[in-house]
Design a protein around this ligand. Structure first.
Ligand code: 13P
Ligand code: SF4
Length: 300
């Protein structure tokens, strides 16, 4: 840990009345410096309630856009502007608009891992933590869901809804295979296997628990088990191990490393706070319709 740099960031944050949020996949030094770590849902809710003037969001672009949608009066900073989410870019507003025009009566559920312009075409947003609740809250039996085909399959399997899926996915979660999981289970027969719903259904079928990143942190904290196989991005191993030093965590696959989630450095955070660079601002004509779909989710 670079303590002088961390201290400089904390001082700047105090002077500028800024809050620093970090997603659970961020590098250890970023998580240790942040005011709050969490999953996408927790961080969006926290952003919507903060009294700070500036929100520094250590995550990827869609998360900062969500913060900007919720807090238009605040300055929202993404310390590394090219930190994106490949899955979010798998559906464009044009392509979604064309799909909607083929099914005009169907509500659209959009995973928060999506652009603001896509959220603007959406009935209600969801996260990995609330997708089942969101799908069940819709009165119609049939709906469209974008962009994650795996999350949509998971929601369909746990509700009595007919969910038409967009063919997007997280390249890291989708790459995890049942064989890799079985190998880890054989190597660690006493371990509990937790999987993120962005994994394929064949992988989820092997899981003891399917949940969001913060859901995994909660399970690890509360479980009597001593060992866990973690079926999500490897960044989560750090907060898991930190919060549970007497337990042991194995990645389902060490290849599950999201390049975009590792882009932000402490230097980037300091520079962004100093110069207010990397501001993300969603234009009003997109923000207002997008806000409806995000707020509808938060109010559930
Ligand atoms: P969570 O909402 O579970 O934190 O997941 C976000 C994400 O990007 C998963 O890949
Ligand atoms: Fe997007 Fe996957 Fe990275 Fe999450 S882990 S930000 S879904 S690419």
């Amino acid at each position: 840990m670079n303590t002088p740099l961390k201290n400089r960031i904390r001082l700047l944050a105090k002077e500028k009345n800024a809050i620093i949020l970090a997603h659970n996949y961020q590098p250890p030094e970023i998580q240790d410096m942040a005011d709050l770590c969490g999953d996408s849902l927790e961080l969006s809710i926290r952003a919507s309630k903060t009294q700070a003037d500036i929100i520094v969001f250590c995550g990827v672009r869609f998360m900062t856009e969500t913060a900007s949608i919720l807090c238009p009066e605040k300055t929202v900073l993404l310390p590394r502007p090219n930190a994106g989410c490949p899955m979010a870019d798998m559906v464009t507003p044009k392509a979604l608009g064309d799909w909607i025009s083929r099914y005009p009566t169907m509500p659209v559920v959009t995973y928060v891992n999506s652009t603001a312009a896509v959220k603007a075409l959406t009935t209600i947003c969801c996260t990995s933590a609330n997708v089942i609740r969101v799908a069940e809250s819709i009165k119609e039996k049939e709906m469209l869901m974008v962009p994650d085909r795996n999350l949509a399959a998971y929601a369909a399997a746990h509700t009595n809804k007919t969910i038409h899926r967009w063919n997007g996915c997280c390249p890291y979660h989708d790459a995890l295979t049942p064989d890799q999981v079985i190998r880890q289970k054989k190597a660690h027969p006493d371990a509990l296997f937790m999987a993120h719903p962005e994994c394929r259904s064949e992988v989820l079928a092997l899981a003891d628990e399917v949940t969001s990143t913060s859901g995994m942190l909660k399970i690890a904290r509360e479980s009597d088990r001593r060992a866990f196989i973690v079926g999500t991005e490897v960044g989560l191993l750090y907060p898991l191990q930190k919060a549970n030093p007497d337990k042991i965590f194995y990645p389902a696959s060490p290849a599950m490393e999201c390049t975009d989630m590792k882009k932000i450095t402490l230097e980037d955070v300091a520079k962004s706070l100093e110069t207010l660079s990397g501001e993300v601002k969603v234009p009003e004509e997109i923000r207002i319709p997008a806000l409806k779909s995000v707020q509808r989710m938060i109010e559930l």
